[in-house]
Design a protein around this ligand. Structure first.
Ligand code: PMP
Length: 441
């Protein structure tokens, strides 16, 4: 069955959804026009929709599934825990286990604290930085996504530069208080000189600098060493809390992406893969900064609760998923990621249509341009590139592969070169089809 099809079960479900959810949607990221494809089940690297169509899943719930769907090890661990209860007003030993594993693997984590999403982890990290420094402002990178929280949503989308020095502060939601905008300093990605100048102007007022070493919305281009060094140096020299957002990049290795930069951030935010397919987030870091949460102190500087924080289902699933990733397994997994990017790049070049792939580890992003991509502005797709990507991702859906509408993809451990070769060949064919009919979308 080809997508879209008004007679499909997905189209019918979407009609029902529209009556009870705004636009029939509960999660902006996965909305798709004219209707989203509804999942029926998943197994390994494959997902099956409610019309019985099988596809290889290269999205993995936006990079959060390391082991694909219904991993037998995770299922067994979760099923055993389900029978013992899913949440209590007592802590469980499982949260200690996952905290120990994370602290053991990431040198920058002296202690950690769990939340239910990456957005919450970021929100709590910002609160911790403010409580620790007694300052209000935060600095963030233009175009970088750090979840649904007013402060970090500032300048998630910015207009092309009008020859201005600093990226503008732009509200993401209507009605964002001016006070929120006033407390955010926006720096351009991978421009150490401009970032340094802007940060130094505000250094004494900054509680935190938050950055993602491989920001998806800024093109899934790695941060340059110089850029990271500038952020780390200014943070250190001015008593600013450096927050490394590894919600996505923790899937890059045993010690996270920060290890690759030789970086020891004050705080790290985690999410996605550490929940083994269940809702999770975590903030961790230096003992003295993390002490703002400590309830044994006479006055807790940053009180933090949450009904489902560290619930035993997310804990056991995350523990099982992460424990399975030994350094040998990570090495092989990342090798497969490098193979995927190389194979995709070759398929794109062979198609003769301008396109390229960025990414690192087991993450990739397809771009409908061969222009040099260095930051948010250069990687932000132009209208014709958006049409080309929309055509390609729909072509891929109908060829049996799922990537995000923006071309983001992530591998899962059940994948092999077979799935990747077939995917690359479909990308090639999709681009060829586009070149024959470039106004279609
Ligand atoms: N930070 C980054 C870098 C992310 O990519 C995301 C989610 N894509 C978040 C934070 C927010 O995580 P969540 O969706 O779990 O709230």
């Amino acid at each position: 069955m080809a997508y879209p099809d008004p007679a499909s079960n997905s189209a019918k479900l979407y009609e029902r959804a529209r009556a009870v959810m705004p636009g029939g949607n509960s999660r902006l990221t996965i909305f798709q026009s004219p209707y989203p494809i509804y999942a029926e089940r998943g197994a390994g690297c494959r997902v099956y929709d409610v019309d019985g169509v099988e596809r290889v899943d290269f999205v993995n719930n936006y990079t959060s599934l390391l082991h694909g769907h219904a991993d037998p090890g995770i299922m067994a661990a979760v099923t055993a825990q389900l029978a013992r209860g899913t949440c209590f007003s007592f802590p469980t030993e499982l949260e200690i286990g996952l905290a120990e594993l994370l602290c053991e693997r990431v040198p920058a984590l002296d202690t950690v604290r769990f939340t239910n999403s990456g957005s919450e982890a970021v929100m709590v990290a910002v609160k911790a930085a403010r409580a620790y420094t007694n300052r209000a402002k935060i600095a963030k990178v233009e175009g970088a996504y750090h979840g649904s929280y007013d402060y970090v949503e500032v300048s998630l989308e910015t207009p092309p530069p009008a020859g201005s020095e600093a990226p503008p502060r732009v509200a993401y939601s209507r009605g964002t208080p001016q006070g929120v905008l006033d407390d955010v300093v926006v720096i351009p990605f991978n421009d150490p000189a401009a970032a340094s100048r802007i940060l130094l102007e505000h250094a004494r007022e900054l509680a935190a600098i938050i950055f993602d070493p491989l920001p998806n919305r800024a093109g899934l281009i790695p941060a340059s060493r110089e850029f990271v060094d500038v952020l780390a140096r200014i943070a250190r020299d001015h008593g600013i809390v450096l927050i490394c957002d590894e919600v996505i990049t923790f899937r890059l290795g045993m010690h996270g992406a920060q290890h690759e930069f030789g970086l020891t951030p004050d705080l790290t935010t985690l999410g996605k893969v550490i929940g083994g397919g269940f809702p999770i987030g975590a903030v961790g870091g230096k003992r003295d900064v993390m002490a703002v949460f400590d309830p044994t102190l006479p006055k807790t500087a940053a009180p933090h609760g949450g009904t489902f924080n560290a619930n035993p289902i997310s804990m056991i699933a995350g523990l099982t998923a992460i424990e399975a990733m030994t350094s040998e397994r990570f090495a092989a997994f990342n090798e497969l990621g490098a193979y995927a990017r190389k194979t995709l790049q070759r398929a794109m070049a062979d198609s003769g249509v301008p396109a390229q792939v960025t990414g690192a580890g087991t993450l990739f992003r397809l771009h409908a341009t061969d222009r040099a991509l260095t930051d948010y502005q250069s990687s932000n797709p132009r209208p014709d590139e958006k049409r080309q990507m929309a055509f390609l991702t729909r072509y891929l859906l109908n060829a049996g592969f799922v990537v995000s509408p923006t071309g983001l993809g992530a591998l899962s451990t059940p994948m092999t070169t077979r799935e990747i070769d077939a995917f690359a060949s479909a990308v090639h064919d999709g681009l060829r089809a586009w070149s024959r009919n470039p106004t279609a979308s």
